[in-house]
Design a protein around this ligand. Structure first.
Ligand code: PLP
Length: 376
């Protein structure tokens, strides 16, 4: 019985050559040649004014929270159905987390629910793009402009996907990406901050450089560098940047490798949807996928667990969706209750994500759906 892992990190074969160049260059600590090349590649491909590499998406989110000088009394609206870093980055500043519901069709934020939660203390709205499908950025952009709040994107899963023809991560003022090995492209652990509002660049860059204006000294703008912001050590080494550059140069290969697996899943699962056994993420025509993840929503949490255990017994590693943040131990400690977000609470227990990576064959996806079918 062949084991099918949930994820196998993408490898291009070009990484070693660039790593050797780092060693030969004698420049290791970051913000060097390879970092700049990776940043330029991203900025040019997606037409972004400024890109800063970070050591993780978590770091890019933390810079975001620091840029807006958030503190006690400020509110940030975000989904509870997300990775912990979307929340912790903002909570760290003392701001209040206001969790919103998701639309079960897409499992991305429910914009009408966000509108209801905006108060005169709301400063930031932070949606995520789940599984490679954009949140409704058109509606969010309009809402943010009308209510005068900042819109940012947790685009950790959104690289190279689009919404109405615009790349995810280029719509909000700031957007965070992850290059963790579980994402489509990676450098072990890494990330990037897209700065779409150029007015925020100087401050974001100082925060990124440990709170100093050292990059301005390199550009000859100041004679010596000084402490100017509350920052931290947010960027990756040249090793990660070099590895990442090779990955970024093969982004189209990566997407092309994932697509047939994703499409096989969808084609084979559709008949199960028609039979009422499960449902799939709605793919609206305005969203172009990056095939980051494929998941099903089962009719009950029990069905979901039954399928998961069966797949594991066949050496097929499927994973559950997010455990909602508001009802997690930390969420409860902060005073939230499970009943605050009934839709999130219910649907999060029915999600199962299937293996999806470039080493899989279409046959593997066929086998997985056969097994799902056999349990249901
Ligand atoms: C993966 C992920 C993160 C965290 O990324 P790191 O690079 O591991 O910090 C944050 N948000 C979302 C939505 C993610 O999927």
């Amino acid at each position: 019985m062949k084991e099918i892992r949930f994820n196998e990190p993408f490898v291009t074969g070009g990484e070693i050559k660039y790593l050797e160049e780092v060693v030969a260059s004698g420049s290791f600590a970051g913000n060097g040649e390879f970092s700049k090349r990776a940043q330029s590649l991203l900025a040019e491909r997606y037409q972004v004014p400024h890109v800063l590499l970070t050591h993780s998406c978590t770091a890019a989110l933390e810079i975001t929270a620091l840029v807006y000088d958030l503190g006690p009394g400020d509110e940030v609206i975000l989904p509870s159905y997300t990775f912990v870093s979307t929340a912790s980055a903002f909570l760290r500043t003392g701001a209040k987390l206001v969790f919103c519901e998701i639309d079960p069709a897409t499992m991305t934020v429910d914009v009408a629910d966000i509108a209801n939660r905006i108060t005169d203390r709301t400063r930031v709205i932070a949606p995520i793009h789940y599984a490679g499908v954009g949140a409704d950025m058109t509606a969010l952009e309009k809402l943010a402009a009308e209510r005068n709040v900042h819109l940012v994107e947790d685009a950790a899963q959104g690289l190279d996907a689009t919404h109405n023809g615009r790349a995810l991560g280029t719509i909000g003022e700031l957007a965070s990406f992850s290059f963790h090995e579980t994402k489509n492209l990676h450098c072990g652990l890494g990330g990037a901050l897209f700065i779409n509002n150029p007015d925020l660049f100087d401050k974001a860059e100082d925060i990124w450089e440990r709170g100093t204006n050292r990059t301005k000294m390199f550009r000859g703008l100041v004679d010596k560098y000084r402490w100017v912001e509350l920052g931290s050590s947010f960027y990756p080494t040249e090793f990660q940047a070099a590895f990442l550059l090779s990955q970024l140069e093969h982004i189209d290969d990566c997407t092309a490798g994932r697509r047939p697996i994703f499409e096989t899943y969808r084609q084979r699962l559709e008949p199960l949807v028609d039979r009422g056994l499960l449902s799939l993420q709605t793919l609206n025509p305005e969203n172009k996928h990056n095939y980051h993840a494929c998941f099903a929503k089962f009719n009950t949490p029990e069905d979901c667990e039954r399928v998961r255990l069966h797949l594991v017994s066949k050496k097929i590693h499927a994973y559950i969706g997010y455990v909602p943040l508001h009802s997690s131990p930390m969420g409860r400690q902060l005073g939230y209750q499970a009943c605050d977000l009934p839709i999130t609470e219910e649907y999060s227990q029915r999600v199962l994500r299937f293996p999806l990576h470039h080493r899989m064959e279409a046959d593997d996806a066929h086998r997985i759906v056969d097994e799902i079918e056999s349990v249901l």
